[in-house]
Design a protein around this ligand. Structure first.
Ligand SMILES: Cc1ncc(COP(=O)(O)O)c(C=O)c1O
Length: 388
């Protein structure tokens, strides 16, 4: 069987070895606690489930949906953006639903990249920012995110050849995996940079609704001029506990949204209309409380993990957003060797930072998406096995 050259270009799956070790541990009877993947543990809110149940009972939702999305859903995104961010969006031209941010990021590469062109991708970053360009036959150029610069890319350091070849730039704040939030003034510089270099900015807003300590995350589209150069992907997965439902939207620049839509009409047949109507419920004013309640849960868990890590000598920053803790591995370890040690000694799975890009090396990531008692137990195991 011959697979495509594009498939062969993909790097080996970095979690493969860790997954094998987890399977071995479980087979040996160890009660493994996984703090690896970021998938909310609490159920999808009743408001959303009820809206789905009602909509699914209506045969009017059972046929092929359209890729443009139902008018109610596009209007719900427009109302949400106006209420939450003060951003005006035209539901006819500036909003198209996506089957999750992952699908949207991936397909944007197919819509915008050719061989020889480039996507600028944060390093460390969500792996699809680099895997997507490869599958599209293009390249990604990494923009290092380092603690000294607050985990934002140094735009001045992007080489001239990369600027010339770049068509896309992926950004994501609050940021996975570092937990960083965007500093004042950075999005303004991004707009200038994108204008000067004719690059479409793609801001992945997967975590804007998960923030702590009174911090309120902005939309990229609040920035003057942003809509001329950019789009934002807003996902309901993390903030609203809808990971399994595959609900997101691309919003912003009408030409870019139109290009994505044109591509999508050839790839999939849109989002189940009952799910669209459930997403309308999540995006309603009543739904605003969902994200606030979830943020309160993650803030409590963040404090639990940060305090526990600091108590065993890990110098960790306390993030103002996301569902992750990004912590340095102790001296003498690589990310992978430390994660293996943690699994071996305590039966706890944490993610090696190197899996998110070369600049993730030297860090590990903890996801806060397990119940408090399991998280406490995981921290207690770390303390007793690695604390001294
Ligand atoms: C930065 C980022 N973007 C996108 C996604 C995927 O989101 P969705 O469930 O909407 O596809 C994730 C999931 O972990 C993520 O961390």
């Amino acid at each position: 069987m011959k697979t495509s050259a594009r498939l062969d270009r993909l790097p080996p799956y970095l979690f493969a070895e860790l997954e094998r070790k987890i399977a071995d541990k479980k087979a040996a009877g160890v009660d493994v606690i996984s703090l690896g993947i970021g998938d909310p543990d609490t159920p999808t809110p009743q408001l959303v489930v009820d809206a789905l149940t009602k909509a699914a009972a209506d045969p009017g939702t059972h046929q092929y949906p359209s890729n443009r999305g139902r008018a109610e859903l596009r209007q719900a995104f427009a109302d949400f953006y106006a209420r939450r961010f003060g951003v005006t969006l035209d539901p006819e031209t500036e909003i198209v639903p996506a089957l999750g941010a992952k699908e949207c990021v991936f397909n944007l590469n197919l819509a915008f990249l050719d061989p020889g062109s480039v996507a600028l991708a944060a390093d460390p970053g969500y792996p699809v920012y680099t895997g997507g360009p490869l599958i599209a036959g293009a390249e990604s150029v990494l923009m290092p995110l380092v603690p000294e610069l607050g985990f934002i890319p140094d735009l001045d350091a992007i080489p001239a050849e990369a600027r010339a070849a770049a068509r896309l730039m992926y950004l994501n704040y609050p940021n996975n995996p570092t937990g960083a939030v965007v500093p004042e003034g950075f999005f303004e510089r991004v707009v200038e940079f994108a204008r000067a270099n004719d690059i479409l900015v793609v801001h992945d807003a997967s975590y804007t609704e998960t923030t702590f300590d009174g911090y309120v995350a902005p939309s990229f589209l609040e920035t003057p001029g942003a809509k001329e150069v950019g789009v934002e992907i807003f996902s309901l997965s993390k903030g609203y506990n809808l990971t399994g439902w595959r609900t997101a939207a691309i919003v912003g620049n009408a030409d870019a949204v139109g290009a994505y839509w044109k591509l999508k009409t050839n790839i999939d047949s849109g989002m189940f209309e009952a799910v669209q109507l459930a997403a309308v419920a999540a995006l309603s004013e009543e739904g605003d409380q969902i994200a606030r309640d979830m943020s309160a849960i993650y803030a409590r868990r963040r404090d639990l993990v940060v305090d526990a890590l600091r108590a065993i000598g890990v110098a960790v920053r306390s993030p103002q957003g996301t569902i992750y803790i990004w912590a340095p591995v102790p001296d003498g370890h690589t990310s992978a060797s430390y994660c293996e040690l943690v699994l071996e000694e305590s039966g706890v799975v944490v993610s090696p930072g190197g899996a998110y890009g070369p600049n993730g090396e030297g860090f590990f990531r903890i996801s806060l998406t397990v119940p408090d008692d399991r998280l406490s137990e995981a921290m207690e195991r770390l303390r007793s096995s690695l604390g001294g």
